[in-house]
Ligand binder design. Structure first.
Ligand code: GTP
Ligand code: MG
Length: 149
């Protein structure tokens, strides 16, 4: 099964919606295998967003993500990469449907609360960038038989 990298950005942390976001992934049936809070270094942020380094908003993006606490997480489950992106919504919160995280909690593209990996390969890159192998926990929730047939 797949793993994806999810990060609640400093706006989501300051607004006190981390618990709501975690609850959505738990309620869906996905499994939390890694979690920590940190203020990302500029080096980590630039590496994380390296695909966007030519964009005009790159500096603002790095300044913002390093401006406060981030909750970095790894979630596991069937098709979790693409499904988490659906649960998150569009990059622009105003284009995100109600019921999605950005649709419910955000207005501005530069304050869109959460990051989610955009593909399986990206997820693998991001997980190894943000976590050491020993920080990830393989476990089998007793609920699994009620979530997967
Ligand atoms: P992430 O999950 O954070 O990676 O968002 P995304 O995959 O939906 O979008 P993308 O990777 O293209 O951009 C990364 C982040 O850059 C977004 O989440 C936005 O916060 C920011 N961003 C993207 N496009 C714009 C833009 O046109 N203007 C501004 N100011 N910020 C942008
Ligand atoms: Mg992205």
């Amino acid at each position: 099964t797949e793993r994806t990298f999810i990060a609640v950005k400093p706006d989501g942390m300051n607004r006190g919606i981390l618990g709501n976001i975690i609850s959505r992934f738990e309620a869906k049936g996905y499994k939390l295998v890694g979690i920590k809070t940190l203020v990302p270094s500029k080096q980590l942020a630039e590496e994380h967003y390296s695909a966007l380094k030519e964009k005009p908003f790159f500096k603002d993006l790095v300044d913002f993500i390093t401006s406060g606490p981030v909750c970095a997480m790894v979630w596991e489950g069937e098709q979790v990469v693409v499904t988490a992106r659906k649960m998150i919504g569009e990059t622009n919160p105003l284009s995100s449907a109600p019921g999605t995280i950005r649709g419910d909690f955000a207005v501005d593209v530069g304050r869109n609360v959460i990051h989610g990996s955009d593909a399986v390969e990206t997820a693998q890159r991001e997980i190894s960038l943000w976590f050491e192998q020993g920080e990830l926990t393989a476990w089998e929730p007793t609920s699994a038989v009620w979530i997967y047939e």
